[in-house]
Design a protein around this ligand. Structure first.
Ligand SMILES: *Cc1c(COP(=O)(O)O)cnc(C)c1O
Length: 254
């Protein structure tokens, strides 16, 4: 009993000198990406995407000072959030079904953001459930925009803004008290991110931000850029990048 408790305690107070090889590797990978990102924009946020990776990996980075983590699957996120420190700022970045909004809003008081909102209904659901959770923090909402026009990508349609603006109107209304409209998110097409030129999908999101900022008097955050294109994304104006495999290593195929 005492032995177990000692093991648990020592885990969370690991000093650099006693770090495991994995903890050192993760810290080095994170620092490397973070430095590259900060060199392009000193105030950019790096979200460590930990889907499929064990809670111990997240804890290793947590002990190195990292707080923003991204997850793609509701059940996996709920499990990790229950197990891990309560000051982690969780980002949900996966495809979201309306039926799962309840779990996200209810089970994770320290849910920082849902980055993949693509309709009004999901906002209403998150807000109404969040109102019933005692001590929960407001959820930051990023509207996902399908900037590449690919049919397999979710998100608001880029060139039909009526639906998106209806959602913005709700988010900014007095009725919506537990959500904070913080930004826009996109996943660029593979082609656009490997062309080696200016990414047209990122450019579309930047243009949309500019329109919305003017119309609603906002300064929206831009979540764009992953392992293979985060530097280009920052050059084009991204203020929050989501990086997984360059930090944690490759994932098992789905
Ligand atoms: C998995 C995932 C990432 C991280 O991708 P990497 O290429 O591993 O950096 C970023 N954003 C979203 C939406 C993801 O699903």
């Amino acid at each position: 009993m005492i032995h177990t408790r000692l093991l648990h305690t020592s885990r969370s107070v690991l000093k650099p000198a006693t770090m495991s090889a994995r903890a050192l590797e993760l810290k080095e990978n994170y620092t490397n990406i973070h430095n590259k990102a900060l060199a392009l924009n000193p105030s950019v946020r790096l979200v460590a995407v930990s889907k499929y990776k064990p809670a111990s990996d997240i804890l290793d980075l947590y002990n190195a000072g990292v707080r923003h983590f991204g997850e793609n699957y509701v059940q996996e996120l709920v499990g990790k959030a229950h197990e891990l420190p309560k000051d982690i700022q969780w980002h949900f970045i996966g495809g979201l079904q309306t039926g799962k909004c309840k779990d996200l809003a209810k089970e994770i008081p320290n849910l920082y953001a849902v980055e993949t909102i693509d309709n009004l209904k999901k906002c209403k659901k998150l807000d109404s459930v969040r109102k019933t959770v005692e001590g929960a923090q407001k959820i930051n909402i990023y509207l996902q925009v399908n900037t590449s026009g690919e049919s397999q990508k979710s998100g608001f349609i880029y060139d039909n803004l009526a639906e998106l603006e209806e959602t913005v109107d709700f988010l900014l209304s007095g009725e919506c008290t537990m959500l904070n409209f913080e930004g826009l998110m996109t996943i660029g097409s593979f082609e656009a991110s490997t062309s080696g030129e200016e990414n047209q999908d990122f450019k579309r999101l930047v243009e949309l931000k500019s329109k919305l900022d003017t119309k609603y008097k906002l300064d929206l955050l831009l979540s764009m850029g992953m392992s293979n294109d985060f530097e280009e994304a920052i050059r084009q104006g991204s203020t929050s990048v989501r990086v997984g495999s360059s930090i944690f290593g490759s994932r098992p195929p789905k």
